[in-house]
Design a protein around this ligand. Structure first.
Ligand code: C2E
Ligand code: MG
Ligand code: MG
Length: 641
């Protein structure tokens, strides 16, 4: 009867353990919280077992005193180690969303100190009997500090509370529920202990805490995607990091089911979700040697051990066949479009995050090349290295970090003068070579640094126009991503820079490099109109590639159209592209728009374009983009001729 609480605690632990144990995930691959919970369960069971053992030894005859002392000391230790593990679990949960690493360090120091002091007391007890001792008849006698374990547990809980209140904003939302549940249990148990002092309450008190934690967090099977029940992305990173640290060779497939939105649209979200579940379910079975993960949305990953090239090729075949067949269930057969990126470890990888970045990059490349399968080979890794380098270079945009603005004069065929020019950004390497904007502008667009580039170019252009009075007749166009117009405060800032430099607003033009369909059309339109009324002119760049269209031309206040170089350069034998330029020029003139032909490189091309009737030509044939100094002498020479 005295030990009923221990039996009860062991029963609870066994039930929780059955629910907690996931055969598919190795213990090492669990999130930290899962690992700590596993330790808590084992310690709780051990604690109850040691308690039972100590009781049994007391009643058995002929047991040496040293054995009784050892087992009882062990009981005192397991008690506080178990509550420390619970406190550690709560710390992990409270701090899992905070980036302050020092909080976890402080929590660990606090727990370790408590445990250290307590161990010292247990050792001192061996000589002093302050916790317990055995009298001459072998009876267990409680020492003056017998109940000090409660005090230490309370201290741990106080630390947990302090940690919770200091990190309340980022603490796991479920923590509140845990604290509300665990804290009342403590006084209730102490009360029962007082009423029935012969019953050992410690184990059941701990098991109660385990149940609360289990019901709040662990029953949700953390690390599992709620839709497909596959392991989630956090487990992916942990698993791959584990493989790397153990130097186990592996290969990974990253699978993206493309345009899955259209499946949802066609069949509805219920069928969409069911088909994803089916896909995940069979994926796991087809490649059973590996672990499957649901990364997010419609992206999945499978990590497989690398055995041989044959095996790896077989896996690849199985996977591609499987996806190619589409998702079949019930009366549904859903064809899916997909991208697969394949990574094979070579022992040189640093972290799972690095690998994932390579795979994402190769996937984007796969998509842009209209492929469905891509291997992350050396070339892709080198490309990504370069991308990282450029991203780094783009972190600060100013002249001190190698950014320069070059200018390409544009010839007016009517007057024969270079009446305008385009400002083009350049990035200089420390060794003096230049990186082409075609390489770094797309990256700057991804990182958002493109905005700083625009402001830098505008500043430089205004400085040039302010300092060089002979440029007073020349207008300068700068390239801008269309979305930047929508930035808060764009208009006042833009006009502020121009006015502050004392530059005539009519000298500044904006070219849109946009190649995507316009979003927020009406808002863009009103901002463009406002700027246009303020004197700023707009050009539509690269007409004919991307999505620029007549509708956009009719509704937005453009003054000039730049026909893309590809129309002039890539003539077929029927001269079809030139006819297009001819037709376009006629239409644009009817719409009262000025036409610029981009990319003329030979006199023949110039002659043809003048025959067609374009108004201006921008091309190497007249002038290449050049730095400011060269530009000034270029205009100086023009003046003399
Ligand atoms: P873009 O705006 O269409 O600029 C014209 C590009 O064509 C420039 O390339 C120019 O050097 C090149 N070009 C001009 N004439 C010829 C020719 O006769 N033959 C050939 N082969 N090329 C010619 P660049 O400077 O390399 O710039 C490439 C693109 O990068 C630009 O195309 C523009 O989209 C973007 N870009 C450049 N500077 C900036 C900038 O400051 N901001 C933004 N957002 N984009 C920029
Ligand atoms: Mg341009
Ligand atoms: Mg262009």
């Amino acid at each position: 009867m005295i030990y009923i609480a221990d039996y009860f605690a062991i029963g609870l632990v066994i039930i929780m353990f059955i629910f907690f144990w996931d055969t598919k995930t190795k213990y090492q691959n669990m999130p930290v919280s899962g690992k700590v919970f596993g330790i808590i369960l084992m310690m709780t069971a051990l604690n109850a077992l040691v308690d039972l053992l100590s009781g049994w030894l007391l009643t058995a005859s002929g047991v040496p005193e040293w054995l009784n002392i050892t087992v009882n000391s062990l009981y005192f230790v397991t008690n506080v180690v178990t509550t420390s593990a619970i406190a550690r679990y709560l710390f992990v949960r409270i701090l899992e969303h905070t980036h302050h690493r020092h909080c976890m360090r402080n929590a660990n120091i606090a727990l370790a100190s408590i445990l250290g002091v307590y161990m010292l007391i247990v050792i001192v007890n061996l000589w002093t009997g302050i916790l317990f001792y055995f009298d001459d008849q072998g009876n267990y006698i409680r020492g003056p500090l017998n109940a000090i374990g409660y005090f230490f547990t309370l201290l741990q809980m106080v630390f947990v509370l302090i940690c919770y209140f200091r990190n309340k904003k980022t603490a796991n939302r479920l923590m509140r529920r845990v604290l509300i549940n665990i804290f009342p249990v403590v006084p209730v148990c102490i009360l029962i202990q007082r009423m029935f002092p012969e019953i050992m309450m410690n184990s059941i008190l701990i098991a109660f805490a385990d149940v609360v934690i289990f019901m709040t967090f662990m029953s949700q099977r953390p690390g599992v995607h709620s839709l497909t029940e596959l392991n989630d992305r956090y487990r992916f990173f942990e698993h791959v990091d584990h493989m790397i640290s153990k130097q186990e060779p592996f290969h990974i497939f990253l699978i993206n089911l493309k345009n899955f939105g259209s499946v949802n649209k066609k069949y509805g979200h219920v069928i969409g979700d069911e088909s994803l579940y089916q896909f995940a379910f069979s994926l796991e079975r087809k490649l059973w040697e590996g672990l499957s993960f649901h990364m997010n949305g419609t992206t999945f990953a499978v990590v497989l051990p690398y055995v041989s090239q044959n095996e790896e090729e077989r896996h690849c075949g199985v996977l591609l066949d499987y996806i190619e067949q589409g998702i079949c269930f019930g009366e549904y057969h859903i064809d899916v479009d997909y991208l697969v990126s394949h990574y094979i470890s070579d022992g040189s990888e640093m972290t799972a995050t690095d690998i994932y970045e390579i795979m994402e990059h190769s996937m984007a490349k796969c998509s842009s090349m209209n492929l469905r399968y891509i291997r992350c080979d050396r070339e892709i890794r080198v490309e990504l290295e370069r991308k990282r380098y450029l991203r780094d270079r783009l972190s600060t945009i100013d002249s001190a970090h190698g950014f320069e603005v070059w200018y390409q004069p544009i010839k007016c065929l009517g007057t024969g003068r270079f009446c305008s020019m385009e400002a083009l950004i350049r990035l200089r390497e420390p060794n003096g070579t230049l990186i082409s904007p075609a390489e770094f502008i797309p990256i700057a667009e991804q990182t958002g640094q493109i905005r700083s580039i625009s402001w830098f170019v505008l500043d430089e252009v205004c400085q040039l126009l302010k300092r060089e009075p002979e440029m007073a007749q020349v207008s300068v166009s700068i390239n801008l991503p269309m979305t930047q117009l929508l930035d808060k405060g764009f208009i006042p800032r833009f006009l502020g820079v121009v006015d502050h430099a004392g530059v005539d607003r009519r000298q500044i033009c904006i070219e849109f490099t946009e190649r995507t369909i316009l979003e927020n059309f009406s808002q863009t339109q009103s901002i463009m109109n406002e700027l246009n009324d303020a004197g700023i002119r707009f050009y539509l760049d690269d007409f004919g590639v991307g999505y620029s269209n007549f509708n956009c031309l009719l509704q937005l206040p453009f003054q000039m159209i730049k026909i893309d170089a590809s129309f002039i350069r890539n003539q077929d034998e029927n001269g079809r592209n030139l006819s297009t330029v001819r037709v376009l020029t006629k239409i644009f003139h009817d719409m009262n728009l000025t036409v610029v032909a981009e990319g003329a490189e030979t006199q023949d091309e110039v002659d043809t374009l003048s025959d067609i009737g374009v108004d201006r030509i921008q091309g190497y044939v007249f002038a290449r983009p050049m730095p400011r100094k060269e530009l000034l002498s270029f205009y100086g020479d023009q003046k003399q001729t």
